[in-house]
Design a protein around this ligand. Structure first.
Ligand code: NI
Length: 195
């Protein structure tokens, strides 16, 4: 296992589509996932996509802490009723299907845009799936923050970083500077990591 270097915005590996994985159970994928888990833990992220560690393959990992799993429409910093959370999830060749048109805008961060944050619209309710780390079929529904994390990570596989999803770039900036606005400025609560 190893902690991998994280690519930052502007690196070509983050800008193009990632390749599908032929065999989700291949030993190279298991090694990649193990390294991604270690890298994400070291960086304090909620999620990580393989292109962020310079591997252009369709692999993402994420976990949802219970205090940020407030269910549908819950703010990204929690604040809603505490949900169950979700343990570490590995998705190979993931897919996403929006359930309905409802969107919600909330703050995101990304390990590839350190110290920055932005308010990003995402579908509130989705269905998603893919292959698990043992080749099993995963299919889930997700709402709120959980749905946001999956959309953010899967966007990485299509070369899309969150600023491209933003509708109001005045809500994009450095976390510590934006916090100067104080409470009434709805200061972003965002951590350093992905989401
Ligand atoms: Ni990210």
């Amino acid at each position: 296992m190893a902690i991998l270097k994280i690519a930052r915005m502007g690196h070509p590996v983050l800008a193009g589509p990632a390749e599908p994985v032929d065999d989700p159970t291949a030993s190279a994928i298991k090694r990649l996932v193990a390294d991604m888990v270690e890298t994400m833990a070291d960086a304090g992220g909620i999620g990580l996509a393989a292109p962020q560690v310079h591997v252009p393959k369709r692999v993402v990992i994420f976990h949802i802490p219970p205090h940020r799993d407030g269910g549908e429409g819950a703010p990204a910093d929690g604040g809603g009723p505490e949900g169950r959370g979700r343990p570490l999830t590995v998705l190979v060749n993931p897919w996403i299907e929006p359930l309905g048109d409802e969107m919600d805008t909330d703050w995101e961060g990304c390990l590839s845009l350190p110290r920055l944050t932005g308010a990003v619209p995402r579908y509130v309710n989705i269905r998603y799936g893919g292959a698990g780390p043992n080749g099993e079929t995963i299919e889930e529904t997700a709402s709120g923050f959980h749905a946001r994390v999956v959309q953010h990570e899967c966007d990485h596989l299509d070369g899309i970083l969150y600023p491209r999803r933003m509708e109001d770039l005045s809500l994009f900036g450095f976390v510590d500077e934006m916090r100067r606005g104080g409470e009434e400025n709805s200061a972003p609560p965002v951590p350093e990591g992905d989401l």
